[in-house]
Write a protein that binds this ligand. Structure first.
Ligand SMILES: Nc1ncnc2c1ncn2[C@@H]1O[C@H](COP(=O)(O)OP(=O)(O)O)[C@@H](O)[C@H]1O
Ligand SMILES: [Mg+2]
Length: 356
């Protein structure tokens, strides 16, 4: 198998998550890795394995979302000949293959009740049965699991077994989204850019200062995976033109689907509320106390921002677009009105916000 990826990043949030993974690695318990897509869950899963006493054993990854119940059951636990239509031969499952090593269950929240039940048993007692089989088999496998959904909520909604969650979550590592790790953006961009240059067999001129600022201003819903794609595309496009000039940002690389010919049904244009209804704030009645112009303007701006954030489910980049502002203008307004939730959250734990 390929070597584990060297983790890049120096932000306190990322280092803390890595540190947690390193310290739990040697304990032979299940670990749950939570994070948005592209935050490095698989990378952390690999790290847990290679820093554990099982490092020399197999490391097997299974994506639970990719298979229906029967196929996932058979993938994980194997099946006997004739267990279902098409099961022409006995098949060894991933747990048997992972004996002495680690199994990484990606998108664990999508496992059905039947599979969840079998997982509980294999984690608790190391016992399982092949699909269609009678014999109880045993294995020695450490389980790590990843998800981007909130499992305690899934338990409350009856979609995930509470006892399985308890078993899985001996320790929970929650990975920070990239937008909370601004200082890692330039490190990661340089890492992926220089790798692309090496692949092309040329030197890496680095990103311009304004390119880094633009990368830091993006929200990165796809996190490190998205940044990797963008840094690679920027590098590739720039090196085609010049191998010496610093690499500049180009907004079109953020969305490779952007095109005037893009099929209409795929586009997700925001529904703007009618200007006269939602956005209008009537001036207060005039009376002898008069009107405080500044506070009325503040109220109006706050209202516009909140409406835009609500309409875009809190996506700041889209909210800015919605209001016809640049992302920087929008961020400026958030700070001005103290609506910056990132800043507030960081303020809560007493960490300074990295400068942008
Ligand atoms: N800190 C990091 N340093 C280097 N590469 C990273 C880092 N975090 C993520 N990556 C890379 O980004 C991509 C997405 O990471 P992955 O672990 O697959 O995310 P997830 O499983 O959370 O979707 C992979 O190519 C991975 O190697
Ligand atoms: Mg993944």
């Amino acid at each position: 198998m390929s070597d584990p990826v060297t983790p890049i990043g120096e932000s306190p949030e990322w280092l803390e998550a890595l540190e947690q993974a390193s310290s739990i690695a040697e304990l032979d318990r299940s670990v749950l890795i939570i994070g948005e897509r592209g935050t490095g869950k698989e990378l952390v899963g690999e790290r847990l394995h290679f820093l554990s006493r099982r490092w020399n054993g197999p490391f097997i990854k299974v994506n639970c979302a990719a298979l229906n119940e029967e196929l996932l059951d058979s993938e994980l636990f194997g099946h006997e000949q004739g267990a279902f239509t098409g099961a022409t031969k006995r098949r060894i499952g991933r747990f048997e293959q992972a004996d002495g090593g680690t199994i990484f269950l990606d998108e664990i929240a999508t496992a059905t009740q039947r599979v969840q039940e079998k997982l509980l048993r294999v984690i608790e007692y190391g016992e399982f049965q092949r699909l269609g089989g009678e014999d109880v088999l045993t294995c020695d496998v450490r389980v790590s699991a990843a998800t981007n959904i909130d499992l305690p909520t899934a338990v409350e909604e009856g979609k995930f077994r509470a006892d399985l969650l308890d078993r899985l979550a001996f320790d929970v590592i929650t990975l920070p989204p990239l937008r909370y790790r601004l200082e890692d953006i330039s490190l990661l961009a340089d890492h992926f850019g220089s790798r692309m240059a090496r692949e092309l067999g040329v030197g890496f001129p680095g990103f311009s200062a304004s390119a880094i600022l633009a990368l830091e201003a993006h929200d990165w819903p796809g996190n490190v995976r998205e940044l990797k794609n963008v840094a690679e595309r920027l590098t590739f496009n720039s090196l085609k033109v010049s191998m010496l000039d610093p690499i500049e940002f180009a907004p079109e690389v953020i969305d490779p689907f952007e095109s005037p010919f893009r099929p209409k049904s795929r586009s997700t244009k925001l529904q703007k509320p009618a200007a006269d209804t939602e956005f209008r704030l009537d001036p207060p009645p005039f009376d002898e106390t008069g009107i405080n112009f500044d506070s009325e303007i503040r109220l109006y701006e706050t209202r516009l921002i909140e409406t835009a954030l609500k309409a875009t489910s809190g996506h700041q980049g889209k909210a800015a677009e919605f209001l016809g502002l640049t992302y920087h203008q929008f961020r400026g307004l958030l700070r001005k009105h103290d609506l910056d939730s990132k800043k507030k959250r960081e303020g809560d734990v007493g960490q300074p916000r990295p400068s942008m």
